[in-house]
Design a binder for this molecule. Structure first.
Ligand code: ATP
Ligand code: MG
Length: 414
């Protein structure tokens, strides 16, 4: 039980941590991309301005004056293109691999070219003498390097997150163990107290029961009302004895060590239980039938397995009205025995299904005293299934019936 809570705690911790780290990584990526891009755009705009400053209008034609630092352009995958007012290419400098689209549009833009993306800044060239518009200059640059830098950043951030999660996971295991320790200890103490209290209650209960029994045995001369009182004492004592036995069972039974397990014949257990409960079923006019082959074996505790199915069959008989049908079907499925106890009884409301295995939970609280049930039957059945490494589940429809499915591992039978 605690293992499950510990795992859930660790998982929630890792989910929260990965969300925080993921959010942090996304924020870092956005800020970094934005500032790197801004920096690059500024450099490109500066280059375009230099390009515009070096263009002049001579005899109605656009002419480029100086050379540009070609080396630097090559290194940065940059290119400069000058266009006249009609968008015809006049001159170009820098790297030639950037096949720019021929249309000219002022401002900053990004265009996909092949596998790469090209960032470009377009400026209008204004003649310094007469302030006339004489053409355009486009400074462009491949974003290959930029994308590579981002890929490296992604790799770094992703790798960092994975490493951080692995380290935190290891730390988390230790932390959850530390956090759960006091809870486990107090649970153990509570369990011990329940076991001790139930155990100590046995003797006084036995004393009350036997005294009431003796009194009822010699009822001659006793007033009828007194006899009824003794009867009530005896029946209440029976109920309390059962309750203390159930509590003691729940407090004391944990996983059964493998060396204590024996080969259990499940078919024979089910057969015996069907025979045992047949008179009760007949008395209620319920058809109790079974369907399984004779060779179903598993490794486990005979008494516990008997108790598990007896609790389920008792419930089925109790919660099925007369003329109903109860069917017990058992099969071997690979390494598990699957037993279904299904009835055509009152059923369980969908909202209640998740509660039925809780201790002391009963759908109809008012029936508690009359039926003698305490609401521990299914909790015990579940504890036994889990003790054997198995599972018990239920499906039900109100007014139609319920089906309890028990899956028990066969274990390594020789
Ligand atoms: N076959 C069933 N059909 C309908 N309701 C069921 C069935 N089995 C269990 N329940 C519901 O689940 C509740 C819990 O069952 P559980 O066996 O734990 O307790 P109980 O039968 O009330 O008492 P106890 O078994 O301790 O005598 C029951 O009170 C009942 O409301
Ligand atoms: Mg029950």
């Amino acid at each position: 039980m605690f293992e499950k809570i510990r795992r859930r705690l660790l998982l929630s911790y890792l989910i929260v941590l990965s969300l925080i780290l993921g959010g942090f990584a996304i924020a870092v990526r956005i800020v970094f991309t934005h500032s790197l891009y801004k920096q690059q755009t500024q450099k490109l705009a500066a280059l375009a301005q230099v390009g515009a400053a070096n263009a002049e209008f001579d005899n109605g034609k656009l002419r480029i004056e100086n050379d540009f630092p070609q080396d630097k352009m090559f290194k940065n995958y940059q290119e400069l293109n000058w266009f006249d007012t009609k968008g015809n290419l006049i001159a170009k400098q820098g790297r030639d691999i950037l096949k720019l689209p021929t249309h000219v549009k002022e401002g900053e833009q990004i265009n996909p070219v092949g596998k790469n993306r090209i960032q470009s800044v377009t400026l209008a060239i204004i003649n310094s003498d007469d302030k006339q518009f004489i053409g355009y200059v486009i400074a462009s640059q491949s974003l290959e390097e930029f994308d590579e830098t981002l890929n490296k950043l992604d790799l770094g951030l992703g790798g960092g997150i994975v490493v951080a999660l692995i380290i935190s996971g290891a730390g988390g295991v230790w932390l959850t163990r530390q956090a759960m320790q006091p809870i486990e200890e107090s649970f153990e103490r509570l369990k011990q107290f329940t076991a001790d209290a139930s155990h100590e209650l046995r003797s006084p209960l036995m004393a009350i029961k036997s005294n009431a029994g003796v009194a009822l045995k010699y009822r001659e001369g006793m007033r009828e009302t007194d006899a009824e009182k003794f009867q009530a004492i005896s029946s209440a004592t029976n109920q309390m004895t059962r309750l203390t036995e159930d509590l003691l069972f729940l407090a004391r039974h944990d996983n059964i060590p493998n060396h204590i397990k024996e080969t259990v014949n499940l078919s024979s257990i089910l057969n015996n239980l069907v025979q045992l409960y047949q008179p009760q079923a007949v008395a209620k006019k319920i058809h109790l039938k079974s369907q399984f082959n004779e060779k179903l074996y598993l490794l486990g505790d005979l008494n516990q397995i008997t108790r598990l199915f007896s609790n389920l069959i008792q419930n089925a008989i109790y919660y099925t009205p007369s003329k109903g049908i109860i069917e017990i079907i058992a099969n071997l499925s690979v390494s598990h025995l699957v037993v279904n106890v299904q009835d055509t009884g009152v059923g369980i409301a969908p909202g209640d299904l998740e509660n039925i295995f809780e201790r002391f939970w009963r759908a109809d609280k008012s029936r508690s005293y009359n039926s003698g049930g305490s609401g521990l039957g299914l909790a015990i059945a579940q504890a036994i299934a889990e003790n054997h490494g198995g599972l018990i589940t239920a499906t039900s429809q109100l007014g139609i019936g319920s089906c309890f499915t028990v899956r028990l591992p066969v274990g390594s039978l020789n």
